[in-house]
Design a protein around this ligand. Structure first.
Ligand code: SDX
Length: 426
């Protein structure tokens, strides 16, 4: 509801712009009245724009606070299973025992993929980046479910959400196996969600008795939770914009995967490991930091559009990193290097003045590497986990009337000019 109005005077006209308060965070100024003002609002990068109302996730960047349906991320990561968090993102509350059993069973029933889908992988070179495979294969999923693609049908929307959450680990593991030249492993539905993923990643037909380490399984599940959702980030906004055209959910999630791939977004976890490889040793850190300050390179895994304090996910990730490396008896020099970078960055005025702190991507890669997951799979795992967030936003959008997203622009191109024949052009 509008509480009071902001006033804007432009070209001698005064506009009353309703101020609308939410339950937490900044109120918004509804600028719809500018429709008749002869002006557009202008906000490249959407730094101060809220295009939607949502009840799913709340972030307080100043406090370093992240809530999913009101539950703090550290409490969820340390106490809930990822699928419970996925349920809460979709349905609004953590599931009770009966709802949990029902949801987990539905997911278990849909972990398989159509056998024809396996042929899609054969079109890729073995060295194809697994994110390229995921964009292609997830988008192609819609071709196998024509009977459930009516986005106006609630039952179709619900079964599609289940299918996407259930199949992402299978497709992710298939993209890894394909790159290794190893046979695909079928899901084992007696395993938990994270166990099943690790099984499909690392078991082989010659080692079907493979069982993932409990500490690693718990860490994997936590990593899924820490990446599940994050308000209106670039890839979620992509999913919503694609969804606003009425596009089918598989196409919308494929669009989200494509957006996530960028190194400024979900591709940062891969970029962090590449950066640590480039730095090599702690002795090289000062010289590297000079390159960062001269803006030759960015300190990957640092900084965030919203968090101007610690990313609460990074803190849980750091604790998980210590747990996994301890349990596996790994003394990874990259962790020592990352900690040296973090220490210097947190004391250096260049970073302090710009509120640059470690984000979710800074430590995740070290854990994934310790688990034996190749760098090229890091963003695939991010997209696997974020699918529950993406689909919950897609469902939220479809839960109420919506319009197609169609931003405008500030045009600074050529003004009117007449056509010139090719022989008369200079
Ligand atoms: C994710 O939106 C989300 O919620 C995303 C995410 C999610 O869960 O969906 O949280 C996941 O994408 C995390 C972010 C992962 N990306 C990286 O780690 C890449 C490195 N980070 C930067 O590219 C950057 O911090 C961004 C893109 C994350 C945020 O950029 P902004 O908000 O547009 O900030 P900015 O570019 O305006 O930077 C402000 C200043 C600039 O310096 P000045 O020009 O003002 O002097 O800080 C500098 C920037 O140059 N800066 C950095 C830096 N990040 C910002 N300088 C060095 N290293 C960095 N990492």
């Amino acid at each position: 509801m509008a509480d009071t109005n902001a006033k804007l005077t432009v070209n001698g006209e005064e506009y009353e712009l309703p101020i609308i308060k939410g339950t937490l965070g900044r109120p918004v100024i509804d600028i719809a009245a500018l429709q008749d003002s002869g002006f557009w609002s202008y906000d490249p990068g959407f730094k101060v724009t809220a295009p939607v109302e949502s009840k799913i996730t709340y972030i307080d960047g100043g406090k370093g606070e992240l809530l999913h349906r009101g539950y703090p991320i550290d409490q969820l990561a340390n106490n809930a299973e990822y699928l419970e968090v996925a349920y809460a993102l979709i349905h609004g509350d953590l599931p009770n025992a009966e709802q949990k059993a029902d949801f987990f069973e539905k997911i278990r029933k849909h972990t398989g993929v159509h056998d024809q889908l396996r042929k899609f992988f054969e079109g890729f070179r073995r060295d194809a980046h697994p994110m390229a495979i995921m964009v292609g294969v997830v988008g192609a999923l819609s071709a196998f479910y024509h009977d459930n693609l009516d986005v106006s049908n609630e039952e179709h929307r619900e079964i599609t959400a289940i299918r996407l959450i259930a199949k992402m680990p299978t497709l992710a593991a298939m993209s890894y196996k394909y790159s290794q030249g190893e046979p695909f492993m079928y899901p084992r539905n007696d395993f938990s969600y994270a166990e099943n993923f690790l099984y499909m990643m690392f078991a082989t037909p010659a080692d079907v008795d493979y069982e993932p380490n409990d500490v690693v399984t718990r860490a994997m599940d936590k990593i899924f939770t820490l990446h599940a959702d994050h308000e209106q980030n670039a890839s979620t906004s992509t999913v919503r914009l694609a969804g606003s055209t009425g596009a089918n959910p598989y196409a919308c999630i494929a669009a989200g995967i494509a957006a996530l791939w960028g190194p400024s977004h979900g591709g940062a976890n891969e970029a962090v490991l590449e950066m640590l490889d480039e730095i090599g040793t702690v002795e090289n850190v000062p010289a590297f930091m000079e390159k960062v300050k001269s803006r030759e390179v960015k300190l990957m895994g640092f900084g965030h559009r919203v968090y101007k304090n610690f990313d609460p996910r990074a803190q849980v990730m750091k604790e998980t990193c210590d747990e996994v490396l301890g349990a596996l008896g790994i003394n990874d020099p990259k962790l020592e290097l990352a900690m040296a970078l973090e220490k210097i960055a947190l004391e250096d005025p260049f970073f302090v003045e710009r509120n640059l702190y470690p984000n979710v991507d800074f430590y995740s890669g070290i854990i994934l590497k310790a688990i034996g997951i190749p760098t090229s799979m890091f963003t695939v795992i991010f997209s696997l986990a974020r699918t529950s967030g993406w689909i919950s936003h897609w469902l939220e959008m479809h839960s109420a009337p919506f319009k197609i997203g169609r931003p405008r622009q500030l045009y600074t191109g050529e003004t009117h000019r007449d056509f010139v024949k090719v022989e008369d052009r200079k």
